[in-house]
Design a protein around this ligand. Structure first.
Ligand code: IMP
Length: 191
C-alpha cells in the first residue's frame, strides 16, 4: 500500500479522507511523524496557505504529502471571514465566539449568501496539484443543531432546510466542501 502524509493532526479529517481514498493509501498524520510544531499559515489566501503547509512538510520529510485549508466566504462581508475563519474572533480559535461575531456582523443584512471553500494542495514527486471543493448556502440568524463544528450551526446548504449541525453527520461527509475537494484528489490519484 502506498503512503501519503496528510499535513494535519485532526483525527476527524484523517478518518474522513481515508474513507474517500478507499483505504488504498496509508495516510500518515503529523503526530505519527512526531511533528508537533505549528505549521505556518501566513498567506492571505486559502490557496497560499494550503500550498505553504504542503511544501513545508514535503521539504522537511522529502515525502509525498497534501494539506488543506478551508474558509467561510460571506458575500455581504466581501468574502470575510475567508482565510481568517479560524481566528475571526481572535487567536483563541473559539468556534462559538467566531459564530457569534459572524451573526453580529450580519445583523439586519438581507443578503445571506455564503459558501465554504476548501483548497487541497497535493505534492507528488516535487510537483504540486490543487483541488477545490465548494458548498454553497446561506447564513441564518441564530445557531441551530449540535453536530459538526465551526460555523455549521448557522449554515444551511442550498437545497436543504436544516443547518449542517442539524443534518446527519454522514450526509455532511458526502456533500461537504472538504469531501468534494478530497474526492477530486482521489479521482486524480485514481483510487
Ligand atoms: P481548517 O482550514 O479546516 O482548519 O478550517 C478553518 C476554519 O474554517 C475552522 O476553524 C472553522 O472555523 C471553519 N471550518 C472549516 N471547515 C468547516 C466545516 O466543515 N464546518 C464549519 N466550519 C468549518
Amino acid at each position: 500500500m502506498k503512503s501519503l502524509i496528510f499535513a494535519t493532526n485532526n483525527k476527524h479529517k484523517l478518518e474522513e479522507v481515508s474513507h474517500i481514498l478507499h483505504d488504498k493509501y496509508k495516510l500518515i498524520s503529523l503526530s505519527e511523524l512526531g511533528y508537533t510544531d505549528d505549521i505556518p499559515e501566513t498567506e492571505p489566501t486559502l490557496e497560499g496557505n494550503a500550498s505553504l503547509k504542503a511544501w513545508h512538510i514535503y521539504n522537511k520529510y522529502n515525502s509525498d504529502c497534501f494539506a488543506d485549508d478551508t474558509g467561510l466566504e460571506v458575500d455581504a462581508l466581501n468574502g470575510a471571514p475567508g482565510v481568517y475563519s479560524a481566528r475571526y474572533a481572535g487567536e483563541t480559535h473559539d468556534f462559538d465566539l467566531n459564530t457569534s461575531k459572524l451573526l453580529e456582523n450580519l445583523k439586519g443584512e438581507t443578503n445571506r449568501q455564503a459558501r465554504f471553500r476548501t483548497v487541497v494542495s497535493l505534492i507528488i514527486n516535487g510537483k504540486e496539484y490543487r483541488f477545490e471543493g465548494i458548498l454553497e448556502g446561506r447564513i441564518i440568524n441564530e445557531k441551530r443543531g449540535i453536530h459538526g463544528f465551526g460555523y455549521d450551526p448557522v449554515f444551511i446548504p442550498d437545497g436543504y432546510a436544516q443547518t449542517i449541525a442539524e443534518l446527519p453527520p454522514d450526509l455532511k461527509n458526502k456533500i461537504s466542501h472538504r469531501a468534494l475537494a478530497m474526492q477530486k484528489m482521489a479521482d486524480f490519484l485514481k483510487v
